[in-house]
Design a protein around this ligand. Structure first.
Ligand code: NI
Length: 156
């Protein structure tokens, strides 16, 4: 296995001149010595995207939400949604950014598929300008039921 990992395969990539110039500047700032290592890291990062995780993967992370609390019913809708997913939500932090905007950081732990659906449900609400799920796979935990006690994960 190790031998296969180390075997390097060369391939050509065509890119517009301005794109590769910008890329070279960025990777130089980051300290990369050459394009190959930078592109390898980009590929690894892409393959580790949570979207590639199976829906049942046990994950933990955050949902960051920015919204306008003046939009009617939105605060209530967000609260109800979070209650629907209360088994998956560990904590919520609310910051009043300015007169209109609120930032909410929701700490979540559960099955990736459920957390993804929750984030999508939040994103489509009118008045929500940003909703992003960011998670890491929890090593050694298979399904969504890592903890011992039984409870149903039914959605309201
Ligand atoms: Ni607020």
């Amino acid at each position: 296995m190790k031998e296969k990992e180390r075997e390097l395969v060369r391939f050509g990539v065509s890119m517009p001149q301005d794109l590769i110039e910008r890329f070279d500047r960025v990777i130089a700032e980051q300290g990369y010595g050459n394009r190959s290592e930078a592109i390898r890291d980009l590929v690894r990062k892409e393959l580790l995207q949570p979207e590639r995780l199976p829906a049942a993967s046990a994950v933990a992370g955050t949902v960051v939400i920015v919204y306008d609390h003046h939009v009617s019913d939105l605060s209530k809708q967000l609260t109800e949604l979070q209650h629907d997913y209360h088994h998956d939500i560990i904590s919520t932090m609310h910051v009043h950014l300015n007169h209109d905007q609120c930032l909410e950081i929701v700490v979540v732990k559960g099955a990736y598929g459920r957390l993804f659906r929750m984030t999508e449900a939040i994103r489509v609400l009118r008045g929500v300008t940003y909703a992003e799920l960011s998670v890491s796979h929890i090593e050694g935990e298979g399904g969504g039921h890592a903890h011992g006690h039984g409870h149903s994960h039914g959605q309201g």
